[in-house]
Write a protein that binds this ligand. Structure first.
Ligand SMILES: [Zn+2]
Length: 409
């Protein structure tokens, strides 16, 4: 049997290693770009890749616009005075406004439909239900709103955080994010009476440097052809963020450990991207811009972001059309049930690669873990059985694509 066939038969995945990586990275806590945890996670991953013997392990730095939240306030002025717990909507303007509330729906489509029907946002503060505010906040900006309130729906009255914009700029309206219970209370008040609030949001914007962590296993026969397997190692600002995306990092470390001696035909590149969470996919965009030649020779991208939650029942295998049959055949071979397939949503680091024409496979669960972007995203709801199975799927996708004589797409 040729060597390549042997090596890709069954990926070497160790549950003990996965547990070690997951708990090592969770222990660091917050890995939000611009905090000490970001650098600690960077060093942890860098040193692991070195220890495994991955080739040419390096940090590639890039600049990004960092947002650091400072404070937020939300005071109901009428019909009944009271204050509401809130957090700054990241990348929204640092400002304070007083205005009447207007309902902005629970999706981009619904907000657009409300505008179509004549809802006037001018000078008002928009209240919208969404886990992805960067899809609706820009519409409020364009339509003259004065501010933005995001109602999120995690359990236990937690407040989910996120960014207002995803296009490398400072937002122009102040915004805050609040819990579901407080959101329902505000929405009920708005149904019965004109509701006015004072909303304040403060944060700082600074140009900062972050890093992508890159290493590879060189191909024996077609070294110029590459497969990229990636995950982002930064987190949101609330805590461990075990699901988003320590799970991806633990999986990718284990894939690197298992494939380092594989002797593939094509080059396998491992990339841990920085600054995925602060909008705009800063690390992956920088990589695609500064490696145009390599990206042209990239036969496929496999992105690991958000999986192994005991609270998610749906396995998502999102691919560009070329890669779909291949990815599904690997899932079937390893008896990994796929509940949803579709084109990769614009929610992670695969986007700059897709824009550069790279066939893409995004393995995740969804649509989101209930504790997504909250302090409740902790290691105790990581299912290590799932983590091992999904890592095996990603590893076999990688090794097979790296070793097949005839590339399948
Ligand atoms: Zn993520």
């Amino acid at each position: 049997m040729p060597r390549n066939d042997v090596m890709e038969k069954m990926p070497k995945i160790s549950s003990a290693s996965l547990l070690d990586f997951e708990s090592g990275l969770c222990k660091i806590g917050i890995k939000y770009a611009g905090t000490p945890g970001e650098e600690e996670a960077r060093d942890y991953i860098f040193n692991k890749l070195k220890d495994f013997g991955v080739n040419d392990v390096r940090l590639e730095d890039f600049e990004y616009l960092n947002y650091m939240p400072t404070s937020a306030e939300l005071e109901v002025l009428s019909p009944q005075k009271g204050s509401i717990a809130c957090e700054p909507l990241q990348y929204s303007a640092s400002d304070s406004v007083e205005a009447e509330l207007v309902y902005g729906g629970d999706s981009k489509e619904e907000l657009e439909a409300l505008l179509e029907k004549g809802t006037d946002l001018d000078g008002k503060i928009v209240v919208a239900r969404t886990p992805f505010p960067f899809w609706t906040y820009p519409i409020a900006e364009k339509n003259g709103a004065a501010g933005f309130i995001v109602v999120t729906d995690p359990p236990e009255d937690l407040i989910r955080v996120g960014v207002a914009v995803a296009d490398r700029r400072e937002g122009t309206l102040p915004g805050v994010t609040i819990s579901m219970k407080d959101g329902e209370r505000l929405l009920n008040s708005m149904k019965n009476a004109k509701t006015e609030v004072r909303l304040g949001s403060q944060g700082t914007f600074h140009k900062k440097t972050s890093w992508n962590i890159v290493g590879d296993v060189p191909g024996n026969e077609l070294p110029q052809e590459r497969l990229v397997v990636c995950s982002h190692y930064d987190s949101q600002i609330k805590g461990q963020h075990a699901w988003d995306n320590v799970s991806g990092d633990a999986g990718l470390l284990e894939i690197a450990r298992g494939l380092v001696e594989a002797g593939p035909k094509r080059t396998i590149e491992f990339i841990f991207f920085g600054v995925e969470e602060q909008g705009a996919f800063w690390g992956s965009t920088s990589y695609v811009r500064s490696h145009q030649e390599e990206v042209k020779n990239c036969r496929a991208l496999i992105n690991l972001d958000g999986f192994s939650s005991s609270l998610c029942e749906q396995n998502f295998l999102e691919t560009t059309p070329q890669a779909k049959d291949f990815a599904l055949s690997i899932a079937k071979e390893l008896a990994w049930p796929v509940h949803y397939t579709g084109y990769p949503m614009p929610l992670s680091d695969h986007i700059p690669f897709i824009e550069a024409g790279v066939p893409t496979i995004w393995i995740h669960e969804g649509l989101i873990d209930p504790y997504y972007h909250t302090e409740g995203d902790t290691i105790d709801h990581i299912d290590f059985e799932k983590l091992a199975r999904i890592t095996r799927v990603a590893s076999l996708c990688t090794s097979r694509l790296a070793s097949l004589d005839k590339f399948p797409f």
